[in-house]
Each structure stands twice: as C-alpha cells, then as structure tokens.
Design a protein around this ligand. Structure first.
Ligand SMILES: C[S@@+](CC[C@H](N)C(=O)[O-])C[C@H]1O[C@@H](n2cnc3c(N)ncnc32)[C@H](O)[C@@H]1O
Length: 176
C-alpha cells in the first residue's frame, strides 16, 4: 500500500513540483546563517525598519530581521510549501506580531511600505524588479542584493558573504 502511494501519488507530485520550480526566475537556494546576519548588518536594519525579502524561501531572513534586529519583516514567496514552512517557523519563534510571509508573486507585491528590500534571486529577477523599486521605494531606503548586482545602479558599498560572493548595498535616491 505504501509503495502504491509513493509511486502513484508522491512521485508524480514531486516531479511536477520540481518541474514547476525550474520555471521560476530564481531557484530555491537558502542563504547561510552568517551571510543572513551580514546582509542585515550591511542594510543597517533596526527596529524602525520594515524589511521585505522578495523570494523569501523558508523565511530565514524574515525571522532573523524580526528576532535579531527588532524590525518588522515581510517575506514574499511563490512556493506554497516554503510559505507553510516559513509561517510555522515564525509561529514557533513567537514572532507573529512582527513577521509574516505572504504567498504571492514578488513581481506584483507593492513595495512602498518597505524601508529595506532583500534580494537573493537572479540577474533576470533583479532586472525585472529594478524599475518598480526605483518608483516605489522612498529615498534613503536600502536594497541589499546577495550575489547578483542590479544592472546600471551604483552600489553604496559591497560586502562579502561567508562564501566569498558579493553583497551589494544600494541606497535609493543616490545610486539608482
Ligand atoms: C535563492 S532563493 C532565496 C531564499 C531566501 N531569500 C534566502 O536568502 O534564503 C529564491 C526564492 O525565490 C522564490 N521565487 C522565485 N520566483 C518568485 C516569484 N515570482 N515570486 C515570489 N517568490 C519567488 C523561489 O521560490 C525561492 O524560494
């Protein structure tokens, strides 16, 4: 019976899920703990900030921003399984009043309320998001992008992740 369930239901469902993930502009790849902290430090996140992680995966940056930096934080994630995981993490960490995960498409999520935007995506995603970030983010807001730069924008500073890859920090109004 277990084998039948595995072959008939779980195996095809996993293949469909994997195939669908491959159609996204940015694939699932979690950021390590040390780099999460560096990203938030470089973004100068504090308790007055609203941090938005576009493509938040399991919500680790959302949790760290609220728990370790006292910020309000929102993650936007398209994959329902990772949304469930992230919400469970927020619930178990007792962060429900400050942190949340929205199930949706980051390309349509309104950014005007964000003061810090975090990206760990792809060159394509950064390119598709840059016009909206320029229009919607207030001057002085920060955009922190791990690994991929934003085409045509001058970074305020470039930090280094634990794996040696760059972390680009952009300040709206100056570099963009
Ligand atoms: C490289 S992972 C980064 C995860 C997390 N930010 C971190 O640093 O650990 C990229 C995430 O973006 C999500 N994603 C891709 N396209 C998306 C879209 N259009 N809207 C929302 N999330 C998306 C993927 O499902 C994946 O979880």
């Amino acid at each position: 019976m277990t084998w039948i369930l595995l072959v008939v239901v779980l195996a095809p469902a996993s293949l469909i899920w994997l195939g669908w993930n491959l159609t996204l502009d940015a694939l699932w790849q979690p950021t390590d703990r040390v780099t999460v902290r560096r990203i938030l430090l470089l973004g100068e996140v504090d308790c007055d900030d609203h941090v938005v992680d576009l493509g938040c995966g399991d919500g680790r940056i959302v949790v760290a921003a609220a728990r370790d930096f006292g910020a309000r934080s929102t993650g936007v994630e398209i994959d329902p399984l990772r949304v469930l995981w992230g919400r469970a993490w927020i619930f178990s960490a007792g962060l429900r009043t400050r942190a949340r995960i929205v199930h949706g498409n980051m390309y349509t999520y309104a950014l005007s309320d964000a003061t810090v935007v975090i990206l760990f995506l792809s060159a394509t995603s950064n390119f598709r998001l840059q016009d909206r970030m320029r229009k919607e983010l207030a001057p002085g807001s920060r955009v922190v992008s791990y690994y991929h730069p934003i085409w045509g924008w001058e970074p305020d500073l470039i930090g280094e992740a634990k794996d040696g890859y760059p972390i680009y920090v952009y300040r709206m109004g100056e570099a963009t």
